[in-house]
Design a protein around this ligand. Structure first.
Ligand SMILES: C[S@@+](CC[C@H](N)C(=O)[O-])C[C@H]1O[C@@H](n2cnc3c(N)ncnc32)[C@H](O)[C@@H]1O
Ligand SMILES: Nc1nc2[nH]cc(C(=O)O)c2c(=O)[nH]1
Ligand code: SF4
Ligand SMILES: [Mg+2]
Length: 210
């Protein structure tokens, strides 16, 4: 394929810049503790300074991979697939999610919501970022809202974002990993005072699994 042909198939979502795939336990949020196959798609320009997967940002270093190959492979591992990144919504997720649904899989996304919603999802985890706010459609359709708490100002940001999600959306505060010792006590107090929120921890990091 020529460079142009590859690019046009990436633009259609038929090829995706695949960074890594792994079978593990969902560590965070509502489905924490559940076995799931993770598909990590490269490319993100949101620029969170504390991002724990900065190697994902440059899409150009991740090989354009056939969505059908990704789906066929994922189906061998698990009934539950988590598409993450990078920022998966930078790409058209319709082809990949259609292929995953055709294989009878539950399809979840981890997203900042900074790009238009594409794809068919059984579960949308929205983790909004101040630097690039989520699109309204993602906020309205999110099943869980997972706000990362790096400093005290993130509690006010969390409330702003909670005002934009549906009333059934489950609300989580998750400590930024590097400041967890400092922020966990503040989150605990906040959740006790504001019990509509729950705490989410990155349990995979405590378990030393991917
Ligand atoms: C790496 S991001 C990829 C998906 C998407 N770009 C997003 O931000 O939702 C996956 C999840 O990890 C969270 N995350 C990233 N770095 C983190 C850190 N240092 N501490 C806690 N959570 C982090 C993000 O907020 C998001 O919920
Ligand atoms: N075990 C595990 N659970 C996760 N939940 C969300 C993750 C992500 O990076 O999107 C993640 C991850 O990287 N590993
Ligand atoms: S939006 Fe997600 S992948 Fe992008 S920099 Fe932020 S945490 Fe990392
Ligand atoms: Mg992660």
């Amino acid at each position: 394929m020529t460079k142009e042909a590859i690019q046009s198939r990436v633009d259609l979502g038929e090829l995706l810049p695949l960074m890594e795939e792994f079978y593990t336990i969902q560590g965070e949020g509502y489905h924490k503790g559940t076995a799931a196959y993770f598909i990590r798609v490269g490319g993100c320009d949101v620029g969170c300074h504390w991002c724990d997967v900065k190697e994902s940002w440059d899409a150009a270093i991740h090989p354009p991979t056939e969505a059908v190959t990704i789906a066929d492979n994922a189906a061998k591992y698990s009934d539950t697939i988590v598409v993450t990144g990078g920022e998966p919504l930078m790409w058209d997720m319709k082809p990949l999610t259609t292929l995953l649904k055709e294989r009878g899989l539950q399809v979840h996304i981890e997203t900042s919501g900074a790009y238009d919603l594409s794809g068919d999802w059984d579960w949308i985890c929205l983790s909004p970022k101040k630097r690039m706010l989520p699109k309204d459609e993602v906020s309205q359709k999110a099943h869980e809202l997972k706000v990362i708490v790096y400093n005290k100002s993130d509690f006010a940001f969390a409330e702003e974002q909670a005002a934009k999600v549906s009333e059934n959306c489950i609300l989580y505060l998750q400590p930024e990993w590097s400041v967890r010792d400092k922020m966990v006590p503040l989150i605990v107090d906040y959740v006790m005072a504001n019990p509509k929120w729950k705490i989410s921890l990155q349990t995979h990091k405590y378990l030393n699994i991917p």
